[in-house]
Design a protein. Structure first.
Length: 250
């Protein structure tokens, strides 16, 4: 199991919900944190909270729908000299539930892809080459189990694109020390999931983060957080190692 103490971890959407839980959990394991949200104010209290646990942390801001802001955020991280070891591409948006899905506006797809897919790709393309140079890295891209819901076509399609990107890239990382995997928090009671979701957000721990700790060199796994609920981190890592890694192959 990987020791993450002192490793720099970027978490998008860290101010609330699953991102917030991930940030607290990683800080408890000793990881240093880069906390992303749309405004520095949104993570100010969390930043102080995790620093009290003895880790280093700072906040960055970017509207993920704006590519220039995402690039500027990455420029800032680079300018600070931070070598990012672990990435949780957690932030996402579900725009609307379109009962008349034949009339889904193109804006649903545009915004969903910019936030849920293109921003994650931009982060991966900037940070993974540097991980490869150092011989270590972990990237955990948050997907969704959503299916058979054309009412949420923009969201579902953007997550399907992220799945494909992740698995294709996984096929290139064997033996590099850099792993990329998918996680799915499940349907949780968060601002995104809504109040009627079946799972409490606490149930995502430790599964949402297990991809940061696996150390068998395999990428392309789907690590559904709800499969690990109630386990210790050590138990979760052992269970994850027993799951098949299924990147697409050439």
């Amino acid at each position: 199991m990987i020791e993450v103490r002192g490793k720099w971890t970027l978490i998008t959407g860290a101010s609330r919900g699953v991102g917030l839980k991930t940030a607290r959990f990683m800080a408890e394991q000793g990881a240093n944190l880069i906390l992303h949200s749309r405004s520095l104010e949104h993570t100010r209290a969390l930043e102080e909270e995790v620093k009290a646990l003895g880790v280093e942390a700072y906040s960055v801001q970017a509207e993920l729908a704006n590519h220039d802001e995402v690039a500027a955020m990455l420029d800032e991280i680079e300018a600070r000299g931070t070598a990012v070891d672990i990435v949780f591409n957690n932030a996402a948006v579900q725009i609307a539930y379109r009962t008349d899905y034949w009339q889904t506006p193109v804006e649903d797809f545009d915004l969903s892809f910019r936030i849920n897919f293109i921003s994650a790709v931009t982060i991966c393309n900037r940070l993974i080459p540097k991980m490869l140079e150092r011989g270590f890295g972990r990237v955990i891209n948050t997907t969704s189990g959503i299916k058979n819901e054309p009412e949420q076509a923009g969201y579902a399609a953007s997550k399907a694109a992220l799945d494909k990107f992740t698995k294709d890239l996984a096929s290139r990382l064997d033996g590099t020390g850099v792993l990329i995997n998918l996680t799915d928090p499940g349907w949780c009671r968060t601002d995104l999931g809504g109040p009627h979701a079946p799972n409490d957000v606490d149930s995502v721990i430790p599964g949402i983060a297990v991809g940061a700790f696996v150390d068998d060199g395999k990428s392309g796994r789907f690590l559904g957080a709800q499969s690990f609920t109630g386990m210790t981190l050590e138990e979760a890592v052992e269970a994850a190692a027993g799951m098949e890694a299924t990147p697409y192959t050439i």
